[in-house]
Ligand binder design. Structure first.
Ligand code: GDP
Ligand code: ZN
Length: 447
């Protein structure tokens, strides 16, 4: 990629009328463009009040011109910011003027991509820039800001440091085959690995929470056919999207609905009854339901008084870190009033998806689960980061096996090498062009 070879420009502020709007320019032509716009050499990092004119000398707008010479700028290149009135027409004219002076239109995320490529921020920080911009809750925005400042990256780098230290230790041992067994039996190696695994587990917990703060929580609704899963989803979502019928097995696919509770997003999925089926379409639904179940943060079992005890089998397949809620539905049919209980870490609520009685208690519980641990120091993260840490986890488990069971230094070293690679992908130490393309293309233009 020949980044830095050309100069890019984009409107950096949101669409629609606003008090102030800005055009951002980055690249080698910036000093020349800035001088043309101002009519003289701009002073670095100084707010100039300027008359922005088009090629014919016609006034486009009056506003503020800011010039940041590279490398002390957002992208690491020369950067120009032109602030004018937040009118789409004027900003377009300002942008056209920059293009006529030699800049080209920036792709989505291209400014931040250049900042990454020029080492101004790492990949996890760059992703957090987009997450700050798109945050829908205050807790989410704060967490994304911490990741943008490097709080998450620093944790990853600490772990990387520990991992490399252990790798060096083991690589040194296998360089001396005649003494390898003794080296590998050194209790220090075992202690280093144990500490590393503990720190990884801690980081995984916090990173999963970071994803919840960023994306909201994934909620899977499970239970036998006709328990009222679709009705509950609709009641929570306040719409009629899921198909509700009296025929068992109507929900043939995973139905998703994103709802917002106090700015926290809940991604709800109604799963088809997880049971044997000869129907192809239904089997596909069941397969997807299982996949949804395996990655949920919260599993809600919908059941009734009679089946509550046996139906807990539906929780099978939910991750061990997921919260579990038993909903005893259809209380409007019986005499049990809405209330809640919890035992063994499983919350139990009585409600009616049909009348809405008891639904607020469930909403409150979901809200609490979604924002749990969102306080001091919480950072945002993405699913990609969790997946990378899970891969590191697998490699460290195999490293331990190699060391303890067979004293296989070469194997352990190879596992650690792969663990280091997976960890490095989070901050972009190792990254493919495909990954970068996927990340930056999801940005908005001007960032
Ligand atoms: P699913 O198969 O688990 O998704 O169940 P549905 O949501 O499709 O509901 C099955 C049937 O139970 C429908 O006829 C619903 O109207 C009914 N139902 C769901 N929740 C309640 C409830 O709280 N009270 C009553 N009386 N009926 C309900
Ligand atoms: Zn259903």
């Amino acid at each position: 990629m020949n980044h830095g070879a050309d100069t890019i420009a984009a409107i950096a502020t949101g669409a629609g009328a606003a008090g102030v709007g800005a055009v951002r320019v980055s690249g080698p032509l910036v000093p020349a463009i800035a001088a043309s716009m101002l009519g003289r050499e701009p002073r670095p990092r100084h707010a100039h009040f300027a008359a922005f004119r088009d090629g014919a000398g016609e006034l486009i707008d009056r506003g503020i011109l800011l010039y940041f010479p590279g490398p002390a700028s957002y992208t690491g290149e020369h950067v120009l910011e032109l602030q004018g009135h937040g009118s789409a027409v004027l900003l377009d004219a300002l942008l056209r003027r920059c293009i006529s002076l030699g800049a080209r239109l920036a792709r989505p995320g291209e400014f931040t991509e250049r900042a990454f490529l020029n080492g101004k921020l790492d990949l996890a920080q760059a992703e957090a820039v987009a997450d700050v911009v798109s945050a829908t809750s205050e807790a989410g925005a704060r967490a994304a800001l911490r990741s943008m400042e490097g709080v998450f990256s620093a944790r990853v780098d600490d772990l990387l440091g520990e991992l490399i230290a252990l790798r060096v230790h083991i690589e040194a041992a296998i360089d001396f085959p005649e003494e390898e067994i003794d080296f590998l039996a050194d209790p220090v190696i075992g202690e280093q690995l144990a500490a590393l695994r503990t720190h990884l587990d801690e980081l995984l917990v916090e990173t999963r929470r970071g994803v919840r703060l960023n994306d909201g929580i994934a909620v899977a609704i499970v239970g036998r056919p006709n328990a009222g899963k679709s009705s509950l989803l609709n009641a929570l979502a306040g719409s009629d999207r899921a198909i509700v019928t009296d025929i068992a097995g109507t929900t043939r696919d995973v139905l998703r609905e994103a709802i917002t509770l106090d700015g926290v997003t809940l991604e709800l999925a109604d799963t088809a009854g997880l049971r044997e089926s000869d129907d192809v379409v239904e089997r596909e639904g069941i397969r997807r339901a299982r996949a949804q179940l395996e990655r949920c943060d919260v599993a809600i079992l919908v059941t009734d008084e009679a089946h509550a005890a046996v139906d807990v089998a539906f929780f099978e397949g939910t991750p061990s870190h997921a919260a579990r809620i038993v909903v005893v539905n259809k209380i409007d049919l019986g005499s049990s009033p809405a209330h809640d209980e919890s035992a063994d870490g499983v919350a139990k609520l009585w409600l009616s998806a049909l009348t809405g009685e008891g639904l607020d208690a469930l909403r409150g519980l979901l809200r609490t689960l979604a924002t749990a641990g969102a306080g001091e120091g919480a950072f945002s993260a993405r699913r990609r980061h969790v997946v990378a840490l899970e891969i590191v986890h697998e490699h460290l488990t195999r490293t331990a096996t190699a060391l303890h069971d067979s004293h296989a230094g070469e194997l352990a070293a190879e596992e650690l090498r792969q663990a280091q690679q997976a960890l490095g992908e989070i901050t972009g130490t190792y990254s493919s062009d495909d990954l970068l393309g996927a990340i930056f293309s999801s940005f908005c233009i001007g960032k």
